[in-house]
Design a protein around this ligand. Structure first.
Ligand code: KG4
Ligand code: ZN
Length: 334
């Protein structure tokens, strides 16, 4: 069986072809990032993102099919992200998938983007199986989820304001890094081992995440030390270190609580912030925890995870997801 995955929920257009024999193998995949398009606006512009998906989808599909040395009619079924995400972007992907399915006479189903992120660690670590804990940390999501089994997910913590990636990006913008500044801030932070700055501890007591206070605290520190920061790269690196430590500490603290609460020791990390080296190191240091990371390509938005989630749902008889668009679609509703 050959499954085509399509992902257009935000600012990445992605297409992947997976085979399932039932061993799952990636035949070809392609991701086109729109970062440079949105950079000038300091964030994703939904209308521009939709148009870019429309422009790119056919080209990317063509590339992937050629790279897999396949013909379109060899595809057995199609899975496309229908939520959560930007409405216009989801519509472009879903309509494209519907049209293709109709022309090929093949079935098409919807996919939940978060379920894709939740299951992506298994795609790259086939020895991993539920139940496990998953930390999803991206520009739009920050959640600790208990993956009971394929199709049954329980959210243990979620953010009540900014996502972890957003906290990285907003702090980075205050420090003068161009959008998306998270990876640039992280790279500078990794050049120092300590910092003379301190930030208030982030919401240790409540079970949910909250990162909006961090932005205010960073903004006050930047204002207070403006002149020194402009003239001292070391100081900027130290403040970056403090921001990174503060965000990562909050993630680890809640993850430790979740491990204790559930008694599970398998922890999977995914989403763009999973690429953060400091976070990876801290997760590896957690007592008695076995960490699982997807590859960097499968940490960020990609279509392989969408095709994979659809394969795993079918194998587990977890039900076919319809093509209805859900800009908001909590994964526990599946
Ligand atoms: O999952 P993703 O590619 O897109 C979505 O948001 O869906 O995540 C992007 C986010 C951005 O906020 C970016 O700044 C952050 O992940 N990010 C990082 C790193 N690499 C990406 N944040 C901190 N350290 C990194 N190394
Ligand atoms: Zn995502």
């Amino acid at each position: 069986m050959i499954i085509l995955g399509i992902e257009t929920s935000c600012d990445e257009t992605a297409v992947a072809l997976l085979s399932c024999t039932p061993r799952v193998e990636i035949l070809a995949e392609e991701i086109s990032s729109q970062v440079s398009l949105h950079q000038a606006y300091g964030g994703v512009v939904p209308e521009l993102a939709s148009r870019e998906h429309l422009k790119n989808l056919n080209l990317i599909l063509d590339t992937v099919v050629r790279r897999a040395s396949l013909k379109l009619d060899q595809i057995s079924k199609i899975a496309v992200t229908v939520g959560p995400g930007l409405k216009g972007c989801l519509l472009i992907g879903a309509e494209f998938a519907k049209g293709l399915a109709l022309s090929l006479g093949k079935p098409v189903s919807g996919a939940n983007h978060i379920e894709g992120h939740l299951l992506a660690p298994m795609l790259d670590n086939p020895e991993l199986s539920p139940p496990y804990l998953a930390l999803i940390v991206s520009g739009g999501h920050t959640e600790i989820v208990l993956v009971h089994r394929i199709g049954r997910y329980e959210i243990l913590s979620r953010t009540i304001d900014d996502a972890a990636g957003e906290a990285f990006d907003k702090s980075a913008a205050l420090l003068g890094f161009p959008y998306p500044g998270g990876p640039k801030l992280a790279a500078l932070a990794d050049t120092v081992l300590t910092s003379r700055f301190a930030l208030p501890k982030i919401s240790r007591e409540i079970s949910d995440f909250s990162f909006s206070g961090l932005k205010t605290a960073v903004s006050l520190l930047v204002k207070k030390h403006k002149a020194e920061l402009d003239n001292s790269p070391e100081l900027r690196a130290e403040l970056s270190f403090t921001v990174q430590s503060s965000i990562v500490e909050s993630l680890i603290h809640k993850l430790e609580k979740a491990v204790k609460q559930t008694g599970l020791n398998k922890v999977a990390i995914s989403g763009g912030v999973a690429a953060n080296r400091f976070l990876r190191a801290k997760v590896r240091e957690m007592d008695g925890v076995k960490p699982y990371f997807p590859t960097e390509v499968h940490s960020t938005d990609n279509a392989a995870m969408i095709a994979y989630a659809s394969i795993r749902r079918e194998q587990a008889k977890a039900g076919v997801l319809p093509l209805t668009i859900h800009p908001r679609w909590p994964v526990e509703d599946l």
